[in-house]
Design a protein around this ligand. Structure first.
Ligand code: IDP
Ligand code: MG
Length: 170
């Protein structure tokens, strides 16, 4: 990767999907002129959710956070996962997203515009954005396989897969 070229994981969380904000959020992110290098819809397993948020394991809101990202509170059991790539990608996307607490986020930011705090105190803030390069690498490698990303951003190795059953078109 170029010195200040960065990759960042973006998740449109289940509340963002339920509020039909996908187009709106992608339009806002397009202001950054960054390149989308991967995108998919994901059904989030408990294991993936817990691994993604493992830095918050000790927080009392952790079980609710896992349930939130899995869509159990919004009847939308999926998230949209994307990787944006380009100059200063992390800061550009974090700035557009706004502060973690939607009530503290700038009113014009994505979280300030569309987030809320639930009665139990969880921040439903519509979008996830990796917060530094180390976290971005960990998260992108957690959510995507190398062949799902259209540019080479991290070292890869050849892996021999054991015979595995996958779905094919009937
Ligand atoms: P970030 O999403 O801005 O990077 P993190 O500290 O990584 O913030 O927290 C992950 C997610 O956990 C937040 O986006 C939010 O949904 C939730 N969260 C974080 N801190 C709190 C809190 O103090 N109260 C309630 N929810 C929180
Ligand atoms: Mg974070």
């Amino acid at each position: 990767m170029n010195s200040n070229n960065q990759a960042v994981l973006i998740l449109i969380k289940p509340d963002g999907l339920k509020k039909s904000l996908t187009g709106n959020i992608l339009t806002r992110l397009s202001e950054t002129k960054l390149e989308i290098v991967a995108a998919k819809m994901v059904r989030v397993s408990k294991g993936l959710a817990e691994e993604h948020y493992k830095h918050l394991k000790e927080q009392k809101f952790f079980p609710e956070l896992v349930s939130y990202i899995r869509g159990e509170m919004h009847d939308r059991k999926k998230v949209m996962a994307l990787v944006y790539h380009g100059k200063d990608a992390i800061k550009k996307c974090r700035d557009l997203a706004g502060a973690t607490n939607p009530e503290e986020a700038e009113a014009t930011s994505i979280r300030g515009s569309y987030g809320r705090i639930t009665t139990s105190g969880l921040y439903e803030n519509v979008i996830h954005v990796s917060s530094n390069e180390e976290e971005a690498k960990r998260e992108i490698q957690l959510w995507f396989n190398p062949d799902e990303i259209i540019v080479d951003m991290f070292p890869v190795k050849d892996v021999i897969e054991k015979e595995k059953k996958v779905k094919g078109w009937a």
